[in-house]
Each structure stands twice: as C-alpha cells, then as structure tokens.
Write a protein that binds this ligand. Structure first.
Ligand SMILES: Nc1nc2c(ncn2[C@@H]2O[C@H](COP(=O)(O)OP(=O)(O)OP(=O)(O)O)[C@@H](O)[C@H]2O)c(=O)[nH]1
Ligand SMILES: [Mg+2]
Length: 190
C-alpha cells in the first residue's frame, strides 16, 4: 500500500469522540507489549508514529490513524498488563469491548499473539470476544524473528488452538516478514 497521506486523527478513550467519518477501519488488538504499535509503524512505514516502548502499557488510548483520506488503522491499548491500576485496566477492557462490539465502522481486527509463548487466558478470552462480535479477524504471530524456524510449527499449533477458523500468519516488525500479507488482508476489508 502506498501511503500518500497519514494523519493522527484522534486519541481518546471516550467513544463520543471517536471519528464520525464514513471511512472503514481496521484495529490492532493484543496483549500489552505484544507489538501492536510496532506492527502499525511497520505497515505505515514510520519509525514511531504509533509510539512504542519496551515497557508494557505504552498505548493508553484508542488511536486512530487516517490513511490516504480513505480509512483508519486503529491502535488499541493492550490487555493483561498487571502494573497499571485495576481501575484503569478495567476501563481499558470496557472501552476495548465496547469498541469491538459496537463500532459500526470496524471492518476487521488484526489480533496479535506472541510467537514465542503459548496464548494466555486473556488471549483466549479476547478471541472469544472477537468471534462473538462477528468481525473478520486475522491472527498475526508477532516477534517471529525471535524464534528459531524449528519452533514455527509449535507456535502455529498453539495459535490455531484458540484461533479456530481465523487465518494465522507470522509477522516481524524487525524483518518486515508478513507485512505484505497483512496489508492485503486490510485492503480487502477497507
Ligand atoms: N524483535 C522484535 N521486537 C518487537 C517486535 N514487535 C515489537 N517488538 C518490541 O516489543 C516491545 C513492545 O512493542 P510495542 O509495539 O510498543 O507493543 P504494544 O503491543 O503496542 O504495547 P502496549 O502499547 O503497551 O500495549 C518494543 O520493545 C518493540 O521494539 C518484533 O516483531 N520483533
Ligand atoms: Mg502500543
């Protein structure tokens, strides 16, 4: 995808402030620190337009990136991060759930899992939420550069156990592996 125009449209946890344009959007979901913002930077060809950090809990609002005045890519806060207050964690979960279930413009979700580790309970619960929402979902196994080739079959099996019928691909923000396929999937939805 050629990025001709890129704007940060909105950063908020308040649904009444979400963009009201008729554009479709695809959101990136996953556990805190799994690499959601990094995936967006790779797709958008920018180093840090979606702010990343080695410490979990970096993205703290729903961030809408307007691409080519045509659609939004949406960065979500991560779930499963123990170090923010229980109150804030619950708030994020509420907002994410409300967004996934209720947002009319949401045309698909890229759900990230860490290729290195088996899915967590939170990952499985999120996958169930996504299935229940009826949205198209692409599962991306991130940090694929960090596992040996010989671990890939194991990682795929682990992911497919909770992904069910959703397609699963490998992705690395470091090498760019998988980015073209994810773009293709997004373009088909927006
Ligand atoms: N080697 C490698 N590191 C990655 C990859 N993706 C992300 N990282 C690193 O993982 C850390 C977390 O990345 P983020 O993109 O901030 O993760 P996030 O899911 O947005 O995290 P929150 O906003 O806290 O929910 C950073 O140190 C990234 O550099 C990848 O594909 N390969
Ligand atoms: Mg982030």
């Amino acid at each position: 995808m050629k990025i001709r125009k890129l704007d940060i449209a909105c950063k908020t946890l308040d649904p009444s402030r979400f963009p009201r344009s008729p554009w479709a959007e695809v959101a990136v979901s996953g556990r805190s620190n799994v690499g959601k913002s990094s995936l967006l930077n790779t797709l958008l060809g920018r180093k840090n337009i979606a702010r990343i950090s080695k410490d979990p809990g970096k993205t703290r609002s729903i961030n809408f990136f307007a691409v080519n005045d045509r659609f939004y890519l949406v960065d979500l806060p991560g779930y499963g991060y123990a170090k923010v207050s229980a109150e804030l964690r619950d708030k994020w979960l509420d907002v994410i759930e409300g967004y996934v279930l209720g947002r009319d413009a949401l045309a698909g979700v890229v759900q990230l899992l860490d290729a290195r580790h088996p899915p967590t309970k939170d990952d499985a619960a999120t996958m169930d939420l996504l299935r229940g929402s009826g949205r198209p979902v692409l599962v991306a196994l991130t940090k694929a550069d960090k596992i040996p080739r010989s671990d890939r079959a194991r990682a795929l099996r682990d992911a497919e156990r909770i992904a069910g019928a959703f397609p699963v691909v490998f992705f690395s923000a470091k090498t760019g592996e998988g980015a073209d396929g994810i773009w293709k999937w997004i373009e088909e939805r927006v």
